[in-house]
Design a protein around this ligand. Structure first.
Ligand SMILES: NC(=O)c1ccc[n+]([C@@H]2O[C@H](COP(=O)([O-])OP(=O)(O)OC[C@H]3O[C@@H](n4cnc5c(N)ncnc54)[C@H](O)[C@@H]3O)[C@@H](O)[C@H]2O)c1
Ligand SMILES: NC(=O)c1ccc[n+]([C@@H]2O[C@H](COP(=O)([O-])OP(=O)(O)OC[C@H]3O[C@@H](n4cnc5c(N)ncnc54)[C@H](O)[C@@H]3O)[C@@H](O)[C@H]2O)c1
Lengths: 205, 205
């Protein structure tokens, strides 16, 4: 099983390799890849050898081969259907973001409880009433959900999503969601990222 | 020097303790704090003892004392002035977010190169022309900047910010910013968070 930091690095390698591939590059070495993502070449080599990829002396790694290997592990070859709950200012931005689609994540529906938002389309995605969420999810069968509701609503909405068969939730509300059983959760707290930055500014010598 | 995962945990403790403090709670034990942020009680105890805080048997930790200690280490007591560059859909959402202020981060100005956005105010923050950025930054002397510009613009904008004396950059563009010398950088890639979720769904059981 890969650790969380390793998964984070693989996803950054994947992003950079796809960008290089689009620009026509075919090979690169561990120093080049490492410098794109601020990781030492030794760690890059270790990560890629864990996937069964070894660079050739003088040529380096084949970009398409590494993309394929990482894609398999990260599930990027699969097409994931994603719903978004909470179409406020953050939800609006996420619905317009094209970066998810490029990785095989398709936003298929959004939900909100505010009647003025229901029936609108944002970034090409229709906003449905949360009252109809169970019925819609039964039809669409999405695997993943993005949560952009207020912190005091997150746990209730997550419980409903889990009961509707959602397998994973990306939570942006500033509260740590924990769901028992088989639903994976990733919590992202943007304010604590700014705090992490302040910490490293404060402790730079 | 605290490791990155430790700093991440401290910031989550800080968030939860402030929330409990607002609701009138005065003490809690390591099990209670741990379950709020999905961390084992032993790790909570180790983290807090590193800050010189020890719980009292039967009573637990004083919430105000721990908030104070974490605040000192995280620089949350300090008032940080922050500017935001790139007032697109993500920038719009971040300017309206009240979670940064609660931690002592005040958004004091925003910048964009799109003339239709210059002169508007979002979330109470005025959008200035990037042409005037150097002059504005000399006046305001902000410590931190949030970058919400397209990936191909991020490095150039960051170099300008660094030359204007910015001490830290929170980068949302999907590219790993690296700045030599004294400017701290935290890179957040939201698409790779979704990939991390897909990975844990794919590898469950
Ligand atoms: N705006 C940001 O940039 C930002 C940054 C970091 C974190 N967040 C967090 O993301 C979440 C959303 O923030 P926002 O700024 O978009 O807030 P917002 O108030 O603009 O939007 C919240 C939306 O959720 C809807 N909603 C509320 N309860 C709901 C429910 N039970 N079911 C479905 N929809 C519901 C509301 O109708 C509203 O449209 C919050 O938890 C916030 O703390 C936002
Ligand atoms: N929308 C999202 O939810 C989301 C999610 C994850 C990552 N991101 C990333 O955040 C960044 C912003 O995304 P967005 O969706 O808001 O894009 P956007 O196109 O809506 O906004 C970009 C803004 O940056 C401005 N800009 C461009 N170059 C600039 C420069 N040199 N100086 C100042 N301003 C400049 C543009 O005028 C525009 O207003 C992108 O890198 C994107 O990949 C966005």
């Amino acid at each position: 099983k890969l650790s969380r930091p390793t998964v984070g690095r693989l996803s950054l390698y994947y992003r950079e390799l796809n960008r290089l591939h689009t620009s026509g590059k075919t090979h690169l070495n561990s120093t080049q890849l490492g410098s794109l993502v601020d990781v030492s070449p030794a760690v890059v080599r270790r990560d890629l050898s864990m996937l069964g990829t070894i660079g050739q002396r003088g040529i380096g790694y084949s970009i398409t081969k590494v993309i394929e290997k990482i894609g398999l592990v990260m599930g990027s070859g699969v097409h994931w259907q994603v719903v978004l709950i909470g179409v406020g200012s953050l939800g609006n931005a996420l619905l317009r973001y094209r970066g998810f689609e490029q990785l095989g994540f398709r936003l298929v529906a959004a939900f909100d409880q505010d009647p003025t938002k229901v029936g609108t389309a944002i970034g090409g995605v229709i906003v449905h009433d949360t009252e109809l969420m169970a019925a819609r999810l039964a039809e669409l069968q999405p695997e993943l959900a993005i949560l952009a509701v207020p912190a005091d609503q997150a746990a209730t909405v997550a419980a409903t999503l889990k009961s509707c068969g959602i397998s994973g939730i990306l939570n942006f509300a500033p509260t740590t969601l924990r769901l028992p059983g088989s639903c994976a959760v990733v919590n992202v707290d943007l304010a604590s990222e700014l705090q992490r930055l302040a910490f490293s500014v404060q402790h730079r010598s």
